[in-house]
Design a protein around this ligand. Structure first.
Ligand code: ZN
Length: 275
């Protein structure tokens, strides 16, 4: 490898990106003091059973983690196929499970948003069913790649792009475990949903603290998964944010996901806490 190529490769590898900063985490979201797990870099909460990434990128570093290298180098390092391949594969192996769980709760047509929509295949299928959909991603390169595959409205940015009570339904698949503050992330969904609005939520959740031993190397990879939730923890997060659980029964590829409803009182509770 030439010196120039070597410098380029370094710049594209998120593990050695000099702009990234890390911080040490010693406590779980529930307040429990973490015990060193047997897998390096993961602490396990003795109180609630959640696995916590004990050396995580700082909040200020997240825009680099999820910038241009995330959907290229990072996904490749974690053994995930490229977006274009996932756009095809997702239509067969997971989207039907999500549609089946969500559709009974959608009026026609519904306004639907997914923050961090990745390959956008679920939004694409919902659009073909007549719904008014929008997705967000941080990186314009990803959005440009997806625009070659779908005419779904894709916006670069985050939840602050949208007004309160903009949507009938929202989708969040494999994003919550990447956030520093999962309650705040779900509260943003409460803010953006109309009263009674529905959220389809999927994140890694285990009933038994030993389950993550069966997870893939990609799931455990240190940089970007910040939490592997115990069922008790994720359901505490869900309720604290202002949702009620409609069902926790649906599964996709063997993994549980949730259909949630914005509680009638959720907006005023959030308002009172802000005061
Ligand atoms: Zn805990």
């Amino acid at each position: 490898m030439t010196a120039a190529a070597s410098v380029h490769a370094m710049a594209m590898d998120p593990n050695v990106d000099p702009r990234l900063h890390f911080e040490i985490v010693t406590r779980c979201l529930c307040g429990g003091e973490l015990r060193d797990g047997p897998i390096w870099g993961w602490g396990i909460c003795p109180t609630c059973g959640t696995w916590v990434n004990t050396k995580r990128p700082t909040r200020e570093s997240l825009h680099i983690v999820y910038g241009e290298t995330y959907w290229t180098t990072t996904q490749e390092l974690a053994g995930c196929p490229p977006l274009e391949q996932r756009f095809e594969a997702d239509a067969k192996d997971r989207v039907p499970s999500f549609i089946k769980a969500l559709e009974p709760f959608l009026k026609e047509p519904s306004t639907i948003c997914e923050l961090g929509c990745g390959n956008a295949r679920l939004l694409h299928e919902l659009k073909t069913r007549g719904h008014d959909v929008v997705g967000t991603e941080f990186d314009i390169g990803v959005i440009e790649r997806m625009r070659r595959l779908t005419d779904v409205k894709l916006i670069q940015g985050d939840s602050d792009l949208f007004d309160d009570a903009s949507f009938d339904a929202m989708i969040s698949i494999d994003v919550l475990e990447h956030t520093h503050d999962p309650v705040a992330f779900l509260r943003e969904h409460v803010r953006l949903l109309r009263q009674g609005g529905i959220l389809l939520l999927k994140a890694p959740v285990h009933d038994d603290p030993a389950e993550p031993y069966k997870y893939t190397v990609g799931m455990m990879w240190k940089l970007y998964h910040l939490y592997l939730f115990s069922r008790r923890m994720i359901e505490d997060v869900i309720v604290s944010a202002g949702f009620e659980i409609v069902t926790s029964d649906p599964k996709v590829l063997g993994h549980r996901f949730y259909i949630l409803r914005k509680r009638e009182t959720a907006a005023s509770e959030t308002h009172q806490q802000d005061e």
